[in-house]
Ligand binder design. Sequence first.
Ligand SMILES: Cc1cc2nc3c(=O)[nH]c(=O)nc-3n(C[C@H](O)[C@H](O)[C@H](O)COP(=O)(O)O)c2cc1C
Length: 139
Amino acid sequence: MTQKIRLLYFSRATRDMTLSDMKDILTAARTNNTELGICGMLCYSNRYFLQALEGDRKEVCELYLHIADDPRHDELEMISFEYIDKPIFTDWKMGYASSSPLFDKLLAHMELTEFLPEKIKPRHALALLHNLSAHQDEI
Ligand SMILES: Cc1cc2nc3c(=O)[nH]c(=O)nc-3n(C[C@H](O)[C@H](O)[C@H](O)COP(=O)(O)O)c2cc1C
């Protein structure tokens, strides 16, 4: 039986990402993730990425290693790796959100004035992505 997992990590962009950079990442992600049966959510702000990947264990682990090799980011840190009964980001092959008033409000709830993923607890990181998934940037 294939086991489903959710993996969360954050990383540092190696340069400022433009809208066009994000489009490139998301276009590739959405095409590949559809084939791999992977869904998830990505956010980018303050030169940090935070991403959730959900799907079959083998596919998610391989994809994570592939993404980790991408020169557009470095300093990857895994936040959590958990077995799940059901994915929660099923509507998005890769959802996306960036800075917004809602983002700032959610950060303020965590007593942060800027997006610093290393300061966010794992369960708050998942809640942040889940909240943002309902208010995505359309790219
Ligand atoms: C922060 C970040 C998140 C990414 N997320 C995904 C993803 O979810 N799925 C994916 O296939 N590629 C993702 N990519 C892009 C991959 O690193 C890679 O460029 C893409 O899969 C194309 O790989 P290929 O050129 O070997 O076909 C991401 C890249 C970055 C920088």
